[in-house]
Design a protein around this ligand. Structure first.
Ligand code: PMP
Length: 395
C-alpha cells in the first residue's frame, strides 16, 4: 500500500459521479472575454460563479495601474517583505485599506487564505481557545489548527449555542478568539453579528470577522457586515480578500488594536512567503479607489442579486435564506445537481457545482455569484434557463 493508493478511492468516486459529460472539476476558461463572459468548453458562456461581484477585473483604471507597475517595478518581488524589504506600494496599499476602514492598522497578505492563516494562528496559540462557526471556510479551519489553540465549534449562526460554549469556558473566555464570517460563501447567509458582538463583549472575548464576500457589498461605504451593523469599534479584527469584489488577488487584515502591527513579526504565513507582486498591488489599490468613487456599483449588484434571487424563488427553487451576491439553489442529489450543472453549461451558463464535503449539511448546490456587471439580457437568460431546468429535472 503506497502513499498514493488512497487516491484511487477518490478517483473511483469521481468517475462514478461523472460517467461522461463535461467535468465541473476540469473545466477550462479557454478565453476570458469580459468580467461576465468567457469561452468555455468551446462555447460562449456567461460567468455566474466567479465571485467577480463588482465586475472590476477589466476596469480600465485597474488595468492601467497594473500595466504601469509591471513596466516600472517588474514582474515579481522574488521574496518576502521581511527578507527582501517592502516595495513602497505595499505600504501604500496598506494605508489605503486602513483609510477605507477608518482604522489605524492594516496588514496585506499574499492571498485571503494566508490572511486567515496568518491572523488566526498568530492571535490564538497553545493555551488559548478558538470558538468558531461550524460552517467556516477552509482557510479559517486551517488557520485555527495552525496555531495549536483548542478549537470549539458552535452551531452555524446560533448565538445561544455560541453563548453556552463561552459560558462553559469560565475565566478562559477572556483568552478566547471568536471567528465568524460576514456573508457565508456557500449559502450566502450572514452572521447575526450585532447579537454575537453583544455576547463577545459580555464575556471579554476577542472577535475576528472574515468579510471575504462582503467587502464592497454590505455597509453604506462597502466596509462589510461590520459596518452595516455598526460594530466597527467592537470587532477586534476584520480579514478579507482582494480576489472577489476587488478583482485581484491577495488578502488583508485591519484592526484598531495598538499592538496589531506586531503580528507581522510573529506570523509565519506573512513572513515565509513572497509578498504580492507589483502589478497585483497596483490593480488592488486602483480597485479600492474605484469602489470608493463608484457606490453605484454596489447598488447595481444589489439590483441584480434581488432580481436573480426572486426569479429563482418564483421558479420554485429552495434557496439560501437571504438575498445577496451569493445565491445557492439546493438540489436533492449529487447526480441531479451534476445533470443540472451540465444543462446550464450547455445553455452557456457557468455556475459553481458544490457538493459534499465542501458544503454545509451535505447540501448539493448550484451556487451562483452575481455581478454588478451582469446585464439585463444575461439575467433574463440565466433566469429562463434555471426555470426550464427546474421543469425538466425537478417537476
Ligand atoms: N475566506 C473566505 C470566506 C473565502 O470564501 C475565501 C475564498 N473562497 C477565502 C477566505 C480565501 O480567499 P483567497 O481566494 O484570496 O485565498
Amino acid at each position: 500500500m503506497s502513499l498514493f493508493d488512497k487516491f484511487s478511492t477518490l478517483q473511483q468516486t469521481r468517475q462514478a459521479l461523472l460517467q461522461g459529460g463535461v467535468s465541473p472539476f476540469h473545466l477550462t476558461v479557454e478565453k476570458i472575454l469580459s468580467p461576465t463572459e468567457a469561452i468555455m468548453n468551446g462555447c460562449h458562456t456567461i460567468l455566474v460563479g466567479s465571485n467577480n461581484y463588482l465586475g472590476l477585473t477589466f476596469h480600465p483604471e485597474c488595468i492601467q495601474a497594473g500595466r504601469q507597475a509591471l513596466e516600472q517595478e517588474g514582474t515579481g518581488t522574488t521574496g518576502s517583505r521581511m527578507a527582501n524589504g517592502s516595495f513602497a506600494a505595499h505600504g501604500h496599499l496598506e494605508q489605503a485599506i486602513a483609510d477605507f476602514y477608518g482604522l489605524p492598522h492594516a496588514i496585506v497578505f499574499s492571498t485571503g487564505y494566508q490572511a486567515n492563516l496568518g491572523i488566526l494562528s498568530t492571535l490564538a496559540g497553545s493555551g488559548d481557545i478558538i470558538l468558531m462557526d461550524a460552517d467556516s471556510h477552509a482557510s479559517i479551519y486551517d488557520g485555527c489548527r495552525l496555531g495549536g489553540a483548542e478549537i470549539i465549534r458552535f452551531k452555524h449562526n446560533d448565538v445561544s449555542d455560541m453563548e453556552k460554549r463561552l459560558r462553559r469556558l469560565g475565566d478562559r473566555s477572556a483568552r478566547t478568539l471568536i471567528v465568524v464570517e460576514g456573508i457565508y460563501s456557500m449559502l450566502g447567509d450572514r452572521a447575526p453579528l450585532a447579537d454575537m458582538v453583544g455576547v463577545k463583549k459580555q464575556y471579554g472575548a476577542t472577535m475576528v470577522v472574515d468579510e471575504a464576500h462582503s467587502l464592497g457589498i454590505l455597509g453604506k461605504n462597502g466596509r462589510g457586515l461590520v459596518e452595516e451593523v455598526g460594530a466597527e469599534q467592537d470587532v477586534d479584527c476584520i480579514v478579507g480578500t482582494f480576489s472577489k469584489s476587488l478583482g485581484s488577488t491577495g488578502g488583508f487584515a485591519v484592526s484598531h488594536h495598538s499592538l496589531f502591527d506586531m503580528i507581522r513579526y510573529a506570523s509565519r504565513p506573512y513572513i515565509f512567503t513572497a509578498s504580492p507582486c507589483p502589478s497585483v498591488v497596483a490593480t488592488t489599490t486602483a480597485a479600492l479607489r474605484v469602489v470608493r468613487q463608484h457606490p453605484e456599483l454596489q447598488r447595481q449588484l444589489w439590483d441584480n442579486a434581488n432580481r436573480l434571487y426572486n426569479g429563482l424563488k418564483t421558479s420554485g427553487y429552495s434557496l439560501g435564506a437571504e438575498v445577496g451576491p451569493v445565491i445557492a439553489a439546493m438540489i436533492p442529489t449529487k447526480e441531479l445537481a451534476l445533470a443540472m450543472w451540465q444543462g446550464l453549461l450547455e445553455n452557456g451558463i457557468y455556475v459553481n457545482l458544490m457538493i459534499p464535503p465542501a458544503t454545509p449539511n451535505g447540501e448539493c448546490l448550484l451556487r451562483c455569484s452575481v455581478s454588478a456587471a451582469h446585464t439585463e439580457k444575461q439575467l433574463v437568460h440565466i433566469d429562463r434557463t434555471f426555470q426550464n431546468l427546474k421543469e425538466k429535472f425537478l417537476p
